[in-house]
Design a protein around this ligand. Structure first.
Ligand SMILES: Cc1ncc(COP(=O)(O)O)c(C=O)c1O
Length: 474
């Protein structure tokens, strides 16, 4: 029997007796459920785990075995599992008013929009949707319509959206077009016209021997040149995650975001932050961009907005963007965009209470403290020949695995999978950048709930160390 990461755990699974209900469920799963981003033939050897309960940082499977969730579901359960008060608030709101669209209004929607602007510290407007992909689609449509309504007559349509290679911005056709990960797009192309990509500030692989400020200037020059060659009057917006997450956890160098802002200001391009993963304490501040003090024109939020307890996302625009949509009734200047479930009373009530928890429990500070601690532990692994880089901000961390430090050749798929399997056998779930850039799916990703304790951080680090030390040789 393996040791659980949870010192209070009372069992690590049942006695192996087959429960007929569980057997039926496994059969029904195999017959009817299409699981995302997985080759179903692999389920013949290893059916998907069925989770039944979550408390704090732990989830329990149908066999009663408990796992430490080092990736917060899909990077979203910031406040941890099993929060009774979120269930209560959802119940109460469902009883009062389960549904009403924001073509009219409701109190939880108003209060959450107000709260988001208060946290951001500026005037603006909040548009609710249900997923991160939709929040970004909304941002792209706003950016295009904004320019269509503000550009001088005859200056041409600004419609292009720039994003950075390795960045993930969602799964719907527009958001996927902004996603600059070839494996995610394979067999779905052609996508939406007008999306183009530039290099991310990825110092570990491309910084070389250059000092940080020289490399930063080179990344910014590439962006500026791209805009120049495309024609600034054709570019509507650039979308960036302050810290790239699913693309392999890439933290920008100090002056990078400020430089992007300056280029946007010079060229009239809107700056969109995708804070879908970064937001709500994940990086050790309430929002990822707070580390650099550089404001965007538009922001997308999802995931940590409700900690995954309800499907909700938000696109926040600054007031100057919103004002481009104001005109006389009957004109076509209003935002002609709606989704049935965007910002329901229940979702927004849960979002509001979730933010209350994040603030009440000081989770951004806690993420900063625990992140520093865990990072300190993980940096000790840098002596290992297969650990090329350890990086991150707060509780969003990446460990880049290589065959050797000199060549930086990415570790192959099977050895990456063996690290994840070793952790899973020790009841620790961690992530990995999957199906991103061909040949570069070699970053382990850690993104635990922000309520992680120091003892749990130690156990995570110990288990990852064991898993890396157990790597088979080339
Ligand atoms: C940075 C980022 N943006 C957007 C999305 C899309 O969010 P959703 O899966 O809710 O559509 C994700 C999802 O992982 C993400 O990581």
């Amino acid at each position: 029997m393996v040791a659980s990461l949870n010192p209070k755990a009372t069992n690590s699974g049942n006695s192996g007796q087959a429960d007929p209900v569980q057997t039926d469920l496994a059969q029904m799963d195999a017959e009817s459920l299409w699981h995302p981003i997985t080759q179903h033939k692999s389920f013949a050897q290893k059916p998907p785990k069925r989770m039944t309960k979550g408390v704090g940082c732990y989830v329990t499977d149908a066999d009663g075995k408990e796992f430490f969730d080092g990736i917060s579901g899909l990077w979203c359960v910031n406040v941890g599992y099993g929060r009774q008060e979120l269930a209560e608030v959802a119940y109460e709101q469902m009883v009062d008013l389960a549904y009403f669209p924001l073509t009219m209004s409701h109190e939880p929607g108003i209060r959450l929009a107000h709260k988001l602007l208060e946290l951001l510290g500026y005037e603006g407007k909040v548009f609710f949707s249900t997923s991160g992909s939709e929040a970004n689609e909304t941002a792209f449509k706003i950016a295009r319509q904004y320019h269509a309504q503000t550009s001088p007559a005859g200056s041409g349509a600004r419609y292009k959206i720039i994003s950075r290679y390795r960045g993930y911005h969602g799964t719907t056709m527009g958001a996927l077009s902004a996603t600059a990960q070839a494996e995610r797009k394979l067999k779905y192309e052609p996508l939406v016209p007008g999306f183009l990509h530039v290099s991310p500030p990825y110092a570990y692989r491309f910084g070389g021997d250059r000092p940080e400020e020289v490399y930063t200037a080179a990344c910014l020059q590439e962006l500026e040149q791209t805009i120049l060659y495309e024609g600034a009057n054709s570019v509507a917006a650039i979308i960036v995650e302050p810290v790239i997450s699913g693309g392999g956890v890439i933290v920008p160098p100090e002056g990078y975001l400020r430089g992007v802002r300056e280029i946007c200001d010079r060229t009239g391009i809107l700056l969109i932050y995708d804070e879908v993963v970064n937001g709500f304490g994940r990086t050790g501040r309430m929002f990822g961009h707070h580390h650099w003090g550089v404001q965007p024109d538009i922001i997308s939020f999802a995931k940590g907005l409700t900690s995954g307890y309800m499907p909700l996302s938000a696109t926040v625009v600054k007031q100057h963007v919103f004002e481009a949509f104001l005109d006389e009734p009957g004109s076509d200047s209003h935002f002609r965009h709606i989704t049935t479930y965007g910002g329901t009373p229940v979702c927004t009530a849960v979002g509001l209470r979730n933010i209350e928890i994040v603030e009440r429990e000081g989770l951004p500070d806690r993420a900063a403290e625990m992140g520093d601690y865990l990072m300190g532990r993980l940096k000790q692994l840098l002596d290992h020949p297969n650990i090329g880089d350890v990086r991150g901000k707060g509780l969003l961390m990446g460990i880049e695995l290589v065959t050797d430090k000199a060549s930086k050749t990415p570790l192959d798929d099977s050895r990456m999978a063996s690290v994840l399997k070793h952790c899973m056998d020790k009841q620790l779930i961690i992530g990995r950048n999957t199906n991103t850039v061909p040949g570069f799916n070699n970053v382990l990703i850690l993104c635990p709930p922000l309520v992680i304790t120091r003892e749990e951080a130690d156990r995570m680090a110990d288990t990852i160390q064991e898993a890396v030390f157990a790597l088979p040789d080339v």
